[in-house]
Design a protein around this ligand. Structure first.
Ligand SMILES: [Zn+2]
Length: 350
């Protein structure tokens, strides 16, 4: 290779590498497993590993739609582990034939920090994210308890069961992909628990206050609708230890959180399956009262029509547990969004 060719080659490599890194990111609040093909998945049984590989494939293709379909599942091919020829997001703006000349540098990665990729600009970064800017029912919001409509509503039915742990640090949060067979019944409709992940501080505020952290349990109906349950996390010890079904253990902190932090992968984007069983029931407060409103994904593409539930009672975590998350993500909460004329309902009686 002469010097010119060499330098052209190395800049190509640099660009491809940066594309891979830029697109190595996913929306946290969208389902990230086989949410829309539950039957096929249950019958043929793709492993969590397959789902994770399919997810990584999607990520590397830069697809804004990260719901995994059967067609995404690996068919004997190796997973796209940062393959440079995988089409990154820039492919949408530039024809694949000559991606190099089309200044892929212009692709800006979204972030929680102010700046070109910050929350105020999510809608400008990509056409896929228009809802972030123009949407009228975005999340998160502040819930003013006095203004919430008190209603006798059907209790949420959590039909969760243990799952093998599959955990990834996706560059925006720590996310756990949950195995098949855990469902939530809300208003007579069944939604499958697909994944859960964390924000610090909590994204949603109650009477103006955010808590130390929140876990978002992301569910999907087989027709595609998304439902998220937010469980606030606080370091303030509970008034009564009996509120927690797992007994006095909360005084030692939440044992599931501890398990998750123990297994956070060293490498971002790498899905770890350490062979440990977890039970997401441990992230639920004993009191199942909730607020509910229509919102959106709180990460790009900020898709709307997401049915949001915010549990009224937080779960207890230790300061050390919060500090450990802080060491990975000190701030990964979207700013509060205008509530507009949306209704917030508060369940009474439970
Ligand atoms: Zn979230």
């Amino acid at each position: 290779m002469n010097t010119q060719t060499k330098s052209a080659f190395s800049s190509l490599v640099a660009i491809l590498l940066s594309c891979t890194m830029l697109t190595n990111a996913i929306a946290n609040d969208a389902p990230a497993a086989a949410g829309d093909k539950p039957k096929a998945a249950a019958a043929s049984g793709p492993s969590d590993d397959d789902l994770s590989k399919a997810l990584l494939n999607k990520i590397n293709k830069g697809s804004g739609d990260i719901v995994i379909r059967t067609g995404d599942l690996p068919a004997g091919n190796p997973p796209a582990q940062a393959k440079p020829e995988a089409k990154p997001k820039v492919a949408k703006a530039a024809p694949p034939a000559k991606p190099v000349e089309k200044e892929p540098i212009e692709v800006i990665q979204w972030s929680y920090m102010d700046g070109p990729g910050g929350p105020e600009n999510w809608g400008n970064i990509s056409k896929d994210n228009l809802a972030c800017m123009k949407g009228k029912s975005q999340s998160p919001i502040n819930i003013n308890v006095d203004r919430a409509v008190k209603a006798e509503m059907t209790p949420l039915e959590f039909l969760y069961r243990p799952s093998p742990l599959s955990i990834v640090d996706n560059g925006y949060t720590v996310m756990v992909n949950y195995g098949e067979g855990s469902n939530l019944i809300a208003e007579g409709r069944q939604y499958r628990l697909v994944q859960f992940h964390f924000h610090k501080p909590s994204e949603e505020a109650i009477n103006g206050d955010r808590t130390d952290m929140v876990v978002h349990l992301v569910h999907q109906h087989h027709e595609g609708d998304i439902l998220e349950v937010s469980v606030l996390m606080t370091t303030k010890p509970p008034a009564s230890t009996r509120k927690y079904w797992w007994g006095r253990e909360e005084l030692k902190g939440n044992s599931l959180i501890q398990t998750l932090w123990n297994h956070v992968p060293l490498v971002k984007g790498k899905v770890e399956t350490p062979g440990v069983m977890i039970d997401v029931n441990q992230l639920l407060p004993a009191n199942r009262g909730y607020f509910t409103y229509m919102g959106s994904l709180s990460t790009p593409p900020c898709t709307e029509n997401v049915l949001r539930y915010v549990m009224k009672t937080p779960i207890y975590v230790t300061e050390e547990q919060v500090k450990n998350f802080d060491r990975i993500y000190p701030m990964n909460a979207r700013p509060l969004q205008p509530k507009g004329d949306r209704l917030v309902k508060e369940s009474t009686g439970n």
